[in-house]
Design a protein around this ligand. Structure first.
Ligand SMILES: [Zn+2]
Length: 325
């Protein structure tokens, strides 16, 4: 039915011999212009029915292009098949547009006089892109009117698409560079922002210097290695990584108990836990435990991982810049 919406703007019925040299480039150019094209299933071989091909195409397309070429003419079409090509669009209300491709008017007259009278597009001296633009004017006048001719040529040739691709590649590269630069100033584990950056001596004689960086999550690096772990680091210490010592001072009026925590692992030693005071031993220990929990929760609370572009944090912290001369 004419009023039904169609899935395709055009189908292209063509001799199979013309597919590579003309039909595919035409279809590609049309698609680049925004026209939806159905053409793969319309390669006519010897003995195929032209009218069946057209009927099938018209079930789902607004326009039918029939490429009349020497190879097309070379096929022994029965008269009724060619008559259908001329009259079908009147019956269906959809349009069949013949494309004369490398054939003369005399050749078409010889094939079918009524067909020679039908309005056709001629490809002589035209590229597939030029033909596509002419087809566009017939099948999608809305799109044709939207662009100046030069723009259409750029679109049909795919130049616009490759320009766009280039631009996208450039943008992506710039974005990656920026992220790389930014990541130098973020926690290597959770991407929390840098809050402090100082140069500090490596040795007591202060001969060698390096950079100490502190991040919002609590992570601290010195010379590129972790001094104080990030809560997002899988090796962030647990309470079991500390050895506890207690001091009982019965003479103290209030806080009679002190709890000292000493790290048993390198990571635990990096995260200093201050002394806990309490009226009981358990209370003193609880103070120390709470401090560790606060440190561990520092990164999670702000969901800092969300701004980190990397899914899994790198194991090795980033390289530190050179110390001052
Ligand atoms: Zn962190």
């Amino acid at each position: 039915m004419v009023d039904e919406p169609t899935a395709w703007d055009v189908f292209i019925s063509h001799a199979s011999e013309d597919k590579d040299s003309f039909v595919r480039p035409l279809a590609t150019a049309l698609e680049q212009l925004g026209v939806s094209v159905w053409y793969d299933e319309f390669s006519l071989r010897l003995g195929d029915s032209l009218s069946r091909s057209i009927d099938k195409g018209l079930t789902a397309s607004s326009f039918g292009l029939v490429v009349i070429s020497p190879d097309f003419i070379g096929k022994p079409w029965p008269e009724y098949e060619l008559r259908g090509l001329v009259t079908r669009d009147v019956e269906e209300g959809r349009v069949i547009l013949p494309i004369w491709h490398g054939v003369t008017r005399q050749q078409v007259v010889a094939l079918s006089p009524p067909l020679a009278d039908k309005v056709a597009l001629k490809t002589e001296g035209l590229s597939a892109e030029d033909v596509a633009i002419q087809v566009l004017r017939e099948v999608r006048p809305d799109l044709y009117a939207k662009h100046p001719r030069g723009e259409l040529e750029r679109l049909a040739s795919g130049k616009a698409i490759s320009d766009l691709q280039d631009e996208m590649d450039r943008t992506r590269e710039e974005l990656e560079e920026t992220q790389e630069k930014l990541s130098e100033y973020r926690c290597p584990y959770c991407a929390a922002p840098l809050v402090a950056r100082i140069h500090a001596p490596v040795d007591e004689e202060q001969k060698d210097w390096d950079v100490r960086e502190g991040f919002e999550c609590g992570c601290q690096t010195f010379g590129g290695s972790v001094e104080r772990p990030c809560p997002a680091d899988p090796e962030f210490p647990g309470f079991q990584d500390y050895e506890l010592f207690f001091d009982h001072s019965p003479d103290e009026p209030h806080l009679k108990w002190k709890c000292y925590a000493f790290g048993k692992t390198r990571m635990a030693r990096g995260l200093y836990l201050p002394t806990g005071y309490g009226t009981t031993k358990a209370e003193a220990e609880q103070r120390v435990r709470k401090h560790l929990e606060r440190c561990a929760g520092r990164g999670k609370k702000k969901n800092l991982g969300a701004i980190c572009p990397k899914v899994s944090p790198p194991r090795a912290p980033p390289k530190s810049p050179k110390p001052p001369a």
